[in-house]
Ligand binder design. Sequence first.
Ligand code: MLT
Length: 331
Amino acid sequence: MSHETRITRRAFSIGLGGALLAPYTARAQSYPARTVTVIVPFAAGGPTDAIARVYAEFLSRDLGQTFVIENIAGAGGTIGSTKAAKANPDGYTIQIGQAGTHVSSVGLYKSLGYNPVTDYEHLGLLGDLPQILIVRKDLPVKDFREFVDYVKKNGDKMNAGTAGPGSSSHMGGAMLNVRLGSKVTLVPYRGTGPAMNDLISGKIDFMVEVSLTAMPQIQGGNIRPLAVFRSARIATLPEVPSTNEFGVAGLDFPVWLGYLAPKGTPVDIVGRLNASIRKATADPTLRARLSPLGLEMPNDATNNPVGFKAFIQSEIDRWVPLIKGAGLQLD
Ligand code: MLT
């Protein structure tokens, strides 16, 4: 019997007996009784941190207790994610995981301190962001076609910033190297927040960063966007071409973000958090803040613990063979 079936049957049998139901209901109603720590496995200033803070405001209001962010950065988000997986499963330590920490890391690392599918309770998705190739203002290329030529000639002298091995920005930079046959050095930072500072000041040449944190810098004229890593253009940056328009496909790595709790977190707490997360994704104020920055909201019908877990598994099934096939595994 699958884990999902067990949960469903258990929830069903609980529903049959009022006496059995009582402790679950009481705990769900009293949760959270104190501050909840949300581990963000990257430095402040990057997209994971930025989204975590917007959602934490909503959850704090909705559930009546503070959701406080703890940045535990390093090793492409795998240090914070390992800590979250091993935390006490009482609902008071949860994390934001994302496509880097919970999909590409599985392919990139030979051994990872956690299993993204079996070591967590999957609380709910927050949304999904497109990646954009952004370059320093004075990189001598006008568009993506010129960028490709430039990288093919000068790639071994170029630097791209990433949030560390295993992060989605690392995945984007590494896949770009594979597709262009280039050898750009991927410089690890503790998050793309600090990497962005070095891109703006021209210390690095480019980054593959998600729209959320790229857009304000693009709009401020601090960096330039050359291509969107999607099969088609995106509504929030309609003037920026997709890499597919230049015949460079296979870079469409969706950077989803979601809340996860350590395995064994009580099912009623998982349900309460999922309900609040779903409320957040439907909230017009939250949407008005994040949608213009490219956040695509999850499909509410599948945004439940079973659907989210199945989604992670399907993303792993899709991307890990590609990562391994491209020879991107790290020691
Ligand atoms: C990533 O590259 O995975 C994220 O952008 C990291 C971050 O949030 O800093």
